[in-house]
Design a binder for this molecule. Structure first.
Ligand code: AQP
Length: 333
């Protein structure tokens, strides 16, 4: 069955291994199925929900686009664009924001985590972030949204908004309720410094993540320094419980090698940590370094990157504008 796929990545800094294994790798395999219509967005409007330096934001938009392409997304097969060039996303967010309920937004854990203790100082944009995300998805009638585990709640909110709109305006099935596509295994890659914290662009420590632009030496040194415990390598999957750092590194190895966790446990049973870390670093250099090398090459040609975004935005706006007009008609404008 053909699927309409929509997903986005924020240009809030260097993309990292978590973004790649949790999202982009999946984007590329969905593109391979010729029956799918794929739309991938650099969600720069989402990025400004927290403070961004204008010059760095511009650089990050290009870098995220270059990483998409270097990872295997093809602008001839998928629509690749940035959100701020398609005004319908913001317009749709206003229209849908009038359908969404405060109580729904108050439950969003990402806002709670990102706003921290001082919620009064968080931007209004951060609070209504999930409404913009709903607009991104619903304007394209997306049927499936590949995301990491952390975005599941926002997807549920998108479904609630779609259902309430269809009910309120008596237009059954007008807005499509999307299904999340979350990888069963290794859907949450954790920090290399703390196995209980998500690998994240905004972590102040660069040692906590493998960036998609890191060179070979940096990848190897970050894996060597990654936090581990002092127990021996596991004999079975029970030995892995309560060892968050080990579990994360085994998860990364399994995901990068496309193999089940059991096989990784078997492969390193009885061996020592340094042997495992060497193999992990080798596997990462083999799979990630070609992407980082290609990303850096693409970034030398800003015009090429900007043209991809311009072409993609024109295609996206044609679809999104029509849906916004339909929504406005239904509402009574
Ligand atoms: N650690 C992760 N493990 C698995 N998937 C992840 N994703 C992000 N971090 C991990 C997935 O990558 C996609 C794009 O994420 P995003 O950049 O739009 O937002 P985010 O989840 O807020 O990512 P970061 O790195 O944590 O950014 P900052 O630090 O700026 O907030 C999403 O599908 C996400 O699930």
């Amino acid at each position: 069955m053909s699927k309409k796929i929509f997903s986005g990545v924020q240009p809030t800094g260097n993309l990292h291994l978590g973004n790649y294994l949790g999202a982009i790798k999946n984007f590329v395999s969905l593109q391979k199925d010729k029956q799918n219509n794929c739309i991938y967005c650099v969600v720069d409007l989402h990025a400004i929900t927290v403070k961004q330096d204008p010059k760095i934001l511009k650089k990050n938009i290009r870098e995220t686009t270059a990483t998409f392409v270097a990872s295997g997304l093809n602008p001839k097969e998928s629509i690749i664009f940035n959100q701020s060039m398609v005004p319908s996303h913001s317009e749709g967010a206003w229209l849908l924001g009038c359908v969404a309920r405060m109580g729904w937004l108050n439950r969003m854990t990402q806002f709670k985590e990102k706003a921290g203790k001082d919620k009064e100082k968080a931007s209004v944009g951060l609070y209504i972030y999930p409404i913009l995300m709903a607009s991104d998805i619903l304007l394209y009638d997306a049927t499936h949204v590949p995301v990491g585990e952390d975005q599941k709640q926002h997807l549920e909110l998108t479904r609630d908004i779609a259902q309430k709109f269809n009910l309120d305006f008596d237009c059954k099935n007008f807005l499509t309720s999307p299904e999340p596509l979350i990888q069963k295994d290794f859907s949450r890659i954790m920090s290399l410094k703390d196995g209980t914290k998500k690998m994240s662009k905004s972590d102040p420590s660069d040692q906590s993540r493998i960036n998609m632009t890191d060179d070979k030496d940096l990848i190897v040194s970050k894996i060597k320094k990654a936090k581990t415990d002092s127990a021996k390598l596991p004999e079975n999957d029970k030995d892995i419980n309560n060892r968050p750092e080990l579990k994360n590194l085994y998860g990364i190895f399994s995901s990068i090698q496309n193999q089940a966790l059991d096989l990784t446990i078997e492969e390193f049973k009885g061996k020592n940590f340094s042997e495992f870390k060497n193999k992990l670093a080798e596997a990462l250099v083999e799979k990630i370094y070609p992407i980082s090398n290609e990303t850096n090459k693409l970034l030398n040609d800003e015009k090429f990157i900007d043209q991809i975004l311009l072409d993609g935005s024109e295609k996206a706006e044609a679809i999104a504008k029509k849906k916004v007009n339909d929504i406005k008609n239904i509402i009574g404008f």
